[in-house]
Design a protein around this ligand. Sequence first.
Ligand code: XMP
Length: 512
Amino acid sequence: MEEKELILIIDFYGQYNQLIARRVRECNVYSEIVPYKISIEEIKKKNPKGIIFTGGPSSVYEEGAPRCDKEIFNLGIPVLGICYGMQFMTDSLGGKVQKAEMREYGEIPVKINNNSKLFEGLEDSSVCLMSHTDYVEQIPEGFKIIGTTDNCPAAAIENEQRKLYGIQFHTEVNNTANGTKIIKNFLFNICRCKGDWHMDSFAKEQINHLKNKIGNKKALCALSGGVDSSVAAVLLHKAIGKNLTCIFVDHGLLRKNEGDEVEQVFRNQFDINLIRVNAEEQFLSKLEGVTDPERKRKIIGEEFIRVFEKEAKKIGAVDFLVQGTIYPDVIESGLGEAATIKSHHNVGGLPDYVDFKEIIEPLRDLFKDEVRKLGLELGIPENLVYRQPFPGPGLGIRVIGNITKDKLEILRDADYIFREEVKIAGLEKDLNQYFAVLTDIRSVGVMGDYRTYDYTIALRSVKTVDFMTAKWSKIPYEVLEKVSSRIVNEVKHVNRVVYDITSKPPATIEWE
Ligand code: XMP
């Protein structure tokens, strides 16, 4: 593949490290996050056009504070240090960092020198997000101050000749008014990037790369119908056509019509070699009488792998196994101490007994929104590309307690109505996840002249960025009213609908 422009983001455990990477990529420059322990040789090998240091929770003068090799400042590669990154730069080059008497936090006006290449085109005063306790008391030799606040005499510094820049504030966060402009200035004025990283070129490059790598060999992909595996599958298909086989395990716990929709897109639209395994009976029999959520997850995950393996065995040995791993998965499991590792997410891990030589992860460099862009680029329908997240164990963890076919049917119909009304109300893009839950409560109702004793459906909808925390969404009453009235009228055995008004924490998004 052609050498692409790269900005290296050196992670000092900053909470915004992914945001920095995304801001850079939004400017059409490819960026990669690496741990601060990266060696100078590795940096040289990667040959970046520029380096950004993230912030981080440490104080640079404390023992054990994260530091990378000082040689980094002598490579002639432009460096932008953000917050801790600036303090580390200062400390390493002979300046002094001190604890401030007062922590400076919030959106604060910074007086800036817009003669600096970093601040070109900005007003003299710019509101920036400050969040720090330490500050640069004395700048290193050869540097000058290019930004100040009332409490922070050196809020931005530069050594133009050595192309070293430091800012105390967080440009990467949305509420820093000119954040993107500053990042652009760094990329284009200082690092001299061209900004030619686009999704269409990425798609072409990847397809070519996969073609060359796989040649006439065979690849196998587990398709779930979710965004990541779908995009990975289509990308591979464009590269190697019928040498790719996709196995789609329908565990019978999908939403209404979902299995058929997946089949329609992949078999009919793309003409992908697709094997759909209808394993509903098998899954339901394993799940019979099981009420504990974690056991359900385990059973579904394991069964999924068994079914996949059985199908894969029929195909025989393959050379490559395709996985839909994306960049946040790589960062979360690969960067060391600060990484948060999700536990229960994703169905079951890797199949043990599939005969393959190598794993291929064509999306491992992309963020979710980039995967979506790529999906659209490849011609995958919008409703699939923007599909809300759906857990691997599916409706199995949305039928509370014991799962039966009848209960799944009730839930599917109720959930479908909810989704349909959200769409009609134009709320789809506003809500990050929304679904129905079949509680195992039955209660008394009255319908016509008759007493009923039927199920309660709970509606759940949240707004969230990362799904780690979430707020319940304030769906207009009129929409809820319509959904509720349609569900009790159209879905048999439901006589009550409730709306979940708990945020996460303390509740989780799913009920189980
Ligand atoms: P919770 O319920 O933990 O959910 O607040 C956070 C996000 O993760 C999804 N989720 C799962 N995804 N397997 C998955 O693949 C699971 O077992 C699982 N449990 C929860 C959930 O839908 C939400 O998006």
